[in-house]
Design a protein around this ligand. Structure first.
Ligand SMILES: C[S@@+](CC[C@H](N)C(=O)[O-])C[C@H]1O[C@@H](n2cnc3c(N)ncnc32)[C@H](O)[C@@H]1O
Length: 230
């Protein structure tokens, strides 16, 4: 289980703190893991609801899983720096400390605001159509092809679009698996989404000297709403 802080989420998705503060609607983080996003965004005046099946696990066990996830990341950074690197100009220890801080913020926020953390799993989310202004999904749908094959990816992406306001958008990253292999059927998936009324584009966002590909989805009937980007 991973514990990314809000600034790392901003870098992954091409968001800014200021734009999140201005969003004026609820953000869905699915999967949320043990991220600091909901706790930190609250201080910006932005409400985030995090969803993860592991929220059904007792809180102390969850923190243990998040500690173990931090150690897994530390090991991956040592052994596979090409794929798992700290942001440019940030020492690995400092990056890992940002995960420690995010994990602590997550644990405290979940205890104080349990309603923000919902135990559920894609492809079925317990929310009304169009409830969220912005939906973020990192390190799941394309990162674990053994869990999400093409049909499961399509079902999950459609569900994320369903719960997102047609005036908002869904952002998904990464578009490659754990060894850096790009999703081979992304074009076919985008075609299938298009036939179901979902417009898609791949945008490149750059943060801390790294360019990342983000899949952006919108219901075709969307009205225009400012995104949480710069
Ligand atoms: C690598 S973490 C990513 C968490 C966070 N988004 C991040 O970027 O650090 C993957 C998470 O996906 C959750 N997960 C696994 N299957 C899921 C499903 N079907 N629906 C939603 N979350 C799921 C796991 O419990 C785990 O916490």
């Amino acid at each position: 289980m991973t514990s990314r802080p809000l600034d790392e989420y901003c870098g992954l998705f091409g968001l800014t703190r200021a734009a999140l503060g201005r969003l004026g609607g609820t953000v869905l983080d699915c999967p949320g893991g043990a991220a600091g996003l909901a706790a930190e965004a609250d201080r910006l005046g932005c409400r985030v609801v995090a969803v993860d099946p592991l929220y059904a696990v007792p809180p102390l066990r969850l923190v243990d899983l998040a500690r173990a996830g931090r150690e897994t990341m530390a090991e991956a950074m040592r052994t596979t720096p090409r794929l798992y690197a700290a942001p440019r100009h940030v020492r690995p220890e400092k990056y890992l400390r940002s995960w420690d801080r995010a994990r602590r913020l997550f644990a405290a926020d979940r205890a104080a605001n349990p309603g923000r953390y919902v135990a559920a799993a894609l492809p079925r989310l317990p929310f009304a159509d169009g409830f969220f202004a912005l939906t973020l999904s990192s390190y799941l749908l394309f990162a674990y092809p053994e869990l999400f094959g093409p049909d499961e990816q399509l079902a999950a992406l459609l569900e994320l679009v369903r719960v997102t306001d047609p005036a908002g958008e869904v952002r998904v990253h990464p578009l490659h698996d754990a060894v850096g292999r790009r999703c081979p059927h992304l074009a076919a998936l985008r075609g299938a989404l298009g036939r179901r009324g979902v417009a898609s584009e791949i945008v490149t966002v750059t943060s801390a000297g790294r360019a990342r590909r983000v899949l952006v989805l919108r219901a075709a009937s969307r009205r225009h709403r400012p995104a949480a980007t710069a």
